[in-house]
Design a protein around this ligand. Sequence first.
Ligand SMILES: [Zn+2]
Length: 433
Amino acid sequence: MNATDEVIELCRDLLRIDTTNTGDLDTSAGERAAAEYVAEKLAEVGLQPEIQESAPGRASVVARFEGEDPSRDALLIHGHLDVVPADASEWSVHPFSGEVKDGYLWGRGAVDMKDFDAMVLALVRQMRREGRKPPRDVVLAFVADEEAGSTYGAQFLVDRFPQYFEGVTEAVGEVGGFSVSVSSQQRLYLIETAQKGIDWLRIHAKGRPGHGSMINDDNAVTALAEAVARIGRHRFPIVMTPTVRAFLEQVSQILDIELDLDDPEAAVGKIGPIAMIIGATLRNTANPTRLAAGYKDNVIPGRASATIDCRTLPGQSELFEQQLRDLVGPDIDLEYIHRQPGLETTFDGALVEAMSAALRAEDPGALPVPYMLSGGTDAKQFDKLGIRCFGFSPLRLPDDLNFGALFHGIDERVPVEGLQFGVRVLDRFLQQS
Ligand SMILES: [Zn+2]
């Protein structure tokens, strides 16, 4: 079977394996079954996949596909096998049915990211059947736990089995390479060259505990509320990173929008649905997400705390911490509960050329541009090994599809033709990589 046919079957099979990751070890299941499925498909074509479990059921698969010249640096292709939960009552089809309908393959994970897992599997299987090799070694990693912070998946592999990634200098993975239509003739393809950092903080206020009927001018809840409001209403200054600058310069030219680099928000407002993502990459952000204080209606507690979800631009984490301290003042304590730095690489070199050329060959109207993801992926883990990471999971999308809304969304689905396009692009890319 051809890779462009098999990709549909493989993706459908993967969607039917419920790999919901709740973030809780007791209720997350399915990754083991998915890993065994992937391993079997790789073993069938003579590769030697290894399954590693970080905890019972939390399984990842790694295999090395030897290239024409194994002395060259290797390329990592990575995807995660877990998905976020889906409530079947909200969907028009069952989220784990893998139904094909209206030209789409439906199911939780259809774009995040069993689509890419299936494309890679289909392509590798076809290459092996045809006796074709990639120009250099390709390490294939299909991992658990991306959706809950990578601890039991990519992080576990990087920390415990770095030997799998020996010689790897570059990687491609999720959230890049998808199209955004400019017109029926032209499509931007957003290649991810940067990611914001994730800084989850708990802030603590202390005060004088006491009876709720008394006058208390040192109330921890009041102090915390003031700090939370200051953070929530604050806009951190715009910092133009090389990636965002390159994106805006190229896109404003393509769309014929005036770009003022001192006030880029006006231009961002005119770029359509992707403005949400791009707008969040102009500055550091801090959003209060949780509050905790008190245990009784008439008791003033001595402590109060809040969680702040902060996303920092590459290289800005320390500066941001200082900005936040200045904002809340000396009486509020900051505690990091999760901290992962941002990433940024340049949009140049042979690998970027290979991506761009492959996209243009399959879509003459392709305009590849670099962009920064406002969230995070497993790339943050592989970056720790000094690997240069890109988001390149090619998909050509219909003009009117709101792709961003499908990620973790209701009725997640991937266009069948998009999947097949992705396989062809990946094939060309890999040949030139
Ligand atoms: Zn994902």
